[in-house]
Design a protein around this ligand. Sequence first.
Ligand code: 1CP
Length: 350
Amino acid sequence: MAPQFDPMKNDLILRTARGEKVERPPMWVMRQAGRYLPEYHEAKGTHDFFECCRSPEIASTLTLQPIERFEGLIDAAIIFSDILVIPQAMGMEVIMVDKKGPHFPDPLQTPEDKQYKEVMERKVDVKESLDYVYKAITLTRQKLKGRVPLIGFCGAPWTLLSYMVEGGGSKMFIQVKTWVYKYSEESKALLQKIAELCVEYLALQVQAGAQMIQVFDSWAGELSPSSFNEFSLPYLNYIADHLPSRLQELGLERVPMTVFAKGAWYALDDLCSTNYDVIGLDWLHDPAQAYKVARAKGKTVQGNADPGMLYGGREAITAVVKNMVEGFGGGKQGWIANLGHGMSERCRRW
Ligand code: 1CP
């Protein structure tokens, strides 16, 4: 049985994602729960990053922090977790190195490698291994009491594959390029396996209380248009094509789905032809041009202010926002206001 929650007091983002006309654009910020908030450091204390994700109490507290600090200004919460919990569920070790980011001590080397075979053959139980995420989602929904909707998320297969073979963030993406160009078939088999896990993982997040989901393809821009079509888009499509039917099997209603393929400006048309409801835009897009393309296909867009404009102060921010409001049709339909990527720690002004 899916848990029951308080009625929604603010469902603006859900209505906007469904394409309805709205009174104003909803707003949330990618990475709104995190290091730029002093209370994040306080609540995290000496806990390791993944320990926080695994504690429903801590994860729900962190998720609520921006909602409480900016009460009435933010129209959605996003569950405090990370895209790398899927590789962890697949049996890979991932640690979060303070001030550096994620690190895989033992990344995948080649398909001949024992670890690749283990990862491919292992039966992954995302229900059991990621149970802490579902518990955190349910607890967060209870604590939200209908103030704003809760977003669930996962990493896109291409981005997760990149981390699994690079062993962390990368500048050159040499390992993952070697994989896709030299071991294409083995890469595709793994991408497909990840995509299937993403569907189940997202469905269970919805069952636990997530009201909208987002797929983050943060490294999409590292691919060329043709390699994006081969190694990213089919798997993004797999998720959007299979999640609704999986939800139906579980007796759950379809929820709005967002795809954010950072850097893949060339793929806007293709992304607008997918089954995602919302297309996340980074700041490489001109609002008016992107809005025209997306609205022609009935899609809502999300974005897309350059997070760097936050360093410019009020005047710079006002100019960027004005350009967005005008470009995104005045904000009465089809636009979720957001940054074009995540908030950084150094964006703090208090
Ligand atoms: O409000 C929120 O958005 C918090 C929840 C959240 C989300 C949606 C976190 C917490 N991570 C993510 C997604 C995520 N994680 C993405 C996709 C979005 C994006 O492109 O930024 C990616 C790529 C990751 C991987 C990751 N986790 C990185 C990037 C490293 C790199 O290679 O550039 C980093 C630094 C993390 C750590 C992390 N995840 C989240 C937080 C708050 C932090 C900082 C942790 C800390 O040091 O305390």
